[in-house]
Design a protein around this ligand. Structure first.
Ligand code: SAH
Length: 352
């Protein structure tokens, strides 16, 4: 099966597995070693058009341009943090959609936060990515393109990826799986799956299926509340999948993959940040293999909620620690270059 994203006439060549490319080359009557060369150009040298592929005959380059589509996200804005060097990119895709990606420098390497969809339809009340709804799924090629383009622009190797930009990865399940296999391919950028985190709002069938893919990635669950009542206030998806089911799927994920989970918990003042909730959270996660990542919520202009006070955040953390739960507070990167997730894109779309 050839992936064509369901909407393009030409085949989206960067979304193809190596074996698929070989097969098409065979059908075209081309020698298959050419498929290896082209795959190397696409995924190792990160070529942006066929004319760059200098060791191919000119005639083949022309044929490739006629049969296949090859596009790269085009940076329309780059913001560099003066505090920590974090870079935020706004990219324009071939069809005019814009998405955002973030590059972060850590001691353990360089990490890129990518989007899996243009917009999002999950409707979480604190998130800017969802305010205008879902435009469309990104193709594997467009997810790869964010990483490739950023590596080219920064001239530094990307070693880690987090799927925490716009979009719900399990709402674009097949595209995300293909992206993960391509980005970790030995013939390509070869990023270790262990260095990749997929973050989900908690689509239970997605988590269950993902556990069976044999991909040792870290799963992050956007928990944000210790019970269904509070969670439903923040996240519409909580009405479809109660926490009992979500946590069972997370336990099974650990059992199948051996990968410890990350539980993201954005602290919203007066909603989910008092010690009663910390107590409930500790009971909920007792014995689950994973750790809690507390995120001081980023206020979104369009929405009416506030970040917890420093004191409340500290006390919440200390409570969990005493209860034996592994917990960290997320370091805020690039605080000076944009606020909440999805706000850069949103500001661009509304002309602010
Ligand atoms: N759809 C995926 C990825 C979303 S973004 C998911 O739901 O997990 C990654 C994380 O940022 C999620 O935990 C999300 O809930 C959180 N997030 C979104 N907007 C935020 C904000 N304004 N402040 C703090 N965290 C936010």
């Amino acid at each position: 099966m050839v992936f064509d994203g369901g909407r393009m006439e030409k085949i989206d060549i960067r979304s193809l597995y190596f074996s698929e490319l070989e097969e098409i080359f065979r059908e075209m009557g081309e020698r298959t070693f050419r498929a290896g060369q082209v795959y190397g150009w696409l995924h190792e040298k990160m070529a942006e058009d066929f004319e760059q592929m200098s060791n191919l005959p000119a005639k083949l380059r022309k044929v490739l341009g006629e049969r296949f589509e090859l596009t790269m996200p085009e940076p329309v804005e780059e913001r560099i943090s003066r505090i920590d060097g974090t870079r935020k990119y706004l990219f324009r895709l071939a069809d005019g959609n814009v998405i955002e990606s973030v590059w972060m420098k850590y001691q353990h390497g360089n990490s890129v936060c990518i989007s899996s969809q243009a917009g999002c339809r999950m409707g979480c009340c604190f998130c800017a990515s969802t305010l205008d709804g879902l435009e469309r799924n990104l193709t594997p090629s467009e997810m790869l393109g964010q990483v490739y383009k950023i590596q080219a622009l920064t001239k530094e190797r990307v070693s880690h990826i987090v799927m925490m930009g716009s979009g719900e990865p399990f709402d674009n399940y097949d595209g995300v799986i293909r992206f993960l296999r391509l980005i970790s391919d030995e013939r390509g950028l070869n990023i270790s799956l262990r260095n990749i985190t997929v973050s989900t709002c908690g689509i239970v069938p997605g988590i269950e299926k993902f556990a069976g893919e044999g991909l040792p990635v870290t799963l992050a669950l956007s928990l944000h509340a210790p019970n269904d009542q509070v969670r439903q206030k923040l996240m519409p998806i909580a009405k479809a999948y109660p926490l009992s089911q979500v946590l069972k799927a997370c336990r099974d994920y650990f059992d199948k993959t051996g990968r410890r989970l990350t539980f993201e918990y954005s602290l919203v003042k007066g909603i989910n940040d008092n010690l009663k909730e910390a107590g409930e959270l500790a009971r909920l996660l007792k014995g689950v293999h994973g750790h809690v990542n507390l995120i001081p919520v980023n206020p979104v202009r369009e929405r009416d909620f506030a970040r917890s006070d420093q004191k409340a955040i500290r006390e919440f953390k200390e409570f969990l620690e005493k209860a034996g739960i592994a917990v960290t507070i997320r370091r805020e990167m690039g605080r000076d270059i944009e606020g909440a997730c999805g706000q850069l894109r949103r500001g661009f779309l509304s002309g602010n």
